[in-house]
Design a protein around this ligand. Structure first.
Ligand code: NAD
Ligand code: TYD
Length: 374
């Protein structure tokens, strides 16, 4: 099997590629633009594997896509390339429309042209798997039932809106042209190699440096946490055995408020770094200005994935967080290096619009803590 993975140098994409090369005999071509969020070193173990190839390029580049499909003739596409950070989408939405919407459209067009040229047996085996997020469903109230595959779309951030648009395009290419698609919507991922702009690696970076750990609002928002390796396993199950045209929701039934989660991270750090001058790390937690339009709660009901495909997460949130903190402690140099790409300044307060995520990477907004946890 020949697999084309877009965004394979990102946090989730690299976990998927590592898993494919470790557990299958497939070959993998990664198409990645290598934006600020990419980390090719996450694929170091695969570099010597003759089944792996990296093509540096943009999913919006139709000519490149046509060449890639013609040369490589993939049996399946796993589409992860995206701008992925909500806060950056607030400061500079344009890159999100370009990559997430136009990029998905161009990839669908290239995949369709390729699929139409295949023999009948190849056509029926081909899959276009679009990797999406639970944020397309909007926000839940504390008492609401978790999202299901039938939940109505209600995206509320520029990021979520761009992913929702992409999901709609993918479904349209299935209904209109018969392209054999799969869609999965996952909850918040955590684990190794996540760029330290997202909550968990950012909180760890700040805590290790003895700096204030910013918690938006009062930390009451709820997220449903999924280890990236459990997500990767789910993606391969869906790609291999999912029903064409179907949507699968991926989550590990692990809801926590942001404040609880950050306190847990601090407690694990206290234990794993007993000689830290910053203990107890929870003292560093600060409440800061809330994210504009901050979604209150996300939660996933993964029953379809569990019942139809037998997927289960391999670890509890507690085990996953402990292993993740240990991983970042063993990669403190990497975290420190990432500060040159993003210095940890507050993003997403909706300052002056920027031309794109690269500009947003320079940082906008304030850093001052606005309150201390009591
Ligand atoms: P990431 O930001 O870590 O990685 C994205 C990758 O895409 C990077 O390697 C980047 O270089 C590449 N990329 C960006 N623009 C590109 C372009 N125009 N052309 C080619 N490559 C480009 O993101 P992630 O967290 O790994 O997320 C991967 C996918 O999973 C995204 O589609 C995201 O919406 C989805 N998702 C993420 C989460 C999460 O919690 N991180 C949860 C659910 C779904
Ligand atoms: P994030 O990792 O950006 O993921 P998403 O916005 O896709 O859920 O944020 C997770 C939660 O943590 C979200 O409710 C916003 C909050 N948050 C903070 O409280 N402080 C921070 O510094 C960041 C980056 C996020």
């Amino acid at each position: 099997m020949r697999l084309l993975v877009t965004g394979g140098c990102g946090f989730i994409g690299s976990a998927v590629v590592r898993r494919v090369l470790r557990t299958t005999d497939w070959s993998v071509v990664v198409l990645d633009k290598l934006t600020y969020a990419a980390e090719p070193r996450a694929l170091e173990e695969t570099a010597a594997d003759p089944r792996y190839r990296l093509v540096v390029g943009d999913v919006t580049d139709a000519e490149l896509l046509a060449r890639l499909f013609a040369e490589y003739r993939p049996d399946a596409v796993l589409h992860l390339a995206a701008e992925s950070h909500v806060d950056r989408s607030i400061d500079g939405p344009e890159a999100f429309l370009s990559t997430n919407v136009v990029g998905t459209f161009r990839l669908l067009e290239a995949a369709l042209a390729h699929w139409r040229m295949l023999s009948e047996p190849e056509r029926s085996r081909f899959r276009f798997h679009h990797v999406s997020t639970d944020e397309v469903f909007g926000a839940l109230a504390p008492e609401d039932a978790p999202f299901r595959e039938t939940s109505p779309y209600d995206p509320r951030s520029p990021y979520a809106a761009s992913k929702a648009a992409a999901d709609h395009l993918v479904r349209a290419w299935w209904h209109t042209y018969g392209l054999p698609v799969l869609i999965s919507n996952a909850s918040n991922n955590y684990g190794p190699w996540q760029f330290p702009e997202k909550l968990i690696p950012l909180a760890l970076t700040k805590a290790l440096a003895g700096e204030p750990i910013p918690v938006y609002g009062r930390g009451e928002q709820v997220r449903d946490w999924l280890h990236v390796d459990d997500h990767a396993a789910a993606l391969l199950a869906i790609l291999g055995r999912g029903r064409v045209g179907r949507t699968y929701l991926v989550g590990a039934r692990a809801e926590r408020t942001n404040l609880d989660l950050v306190r847990t991270l601090c407690a694990i750090l206290d234990e794993l770094v007993p000689n830290s001058p910053h203990r107890p790390h929870a003292r560093l937690i600060r409440f800061v200005a809330d994210r504009p339009g901050h979604d209150r709660r996300y939660a996933i009901d993964p029953a379809r994935l569990e019942v139809e495909l037998g997927w289960r997460p391999a670890r509890s949130l507690e085990e996953g967080l402990r292993a993740t903190v240990a991983w970042y402690l063993a990669h403190r140099d990497w975290l420190a290096e990432m500060r040159a790409r993003y210095d940890g300044r507050r993003l997403g307060l909706g300052g002056a619009p920027t031309a794109g995520a690269e500009a947003a990477a320079a940082g906008t907004g304030r850093t001052e803590p606005e309150g201390t946890e009591r």
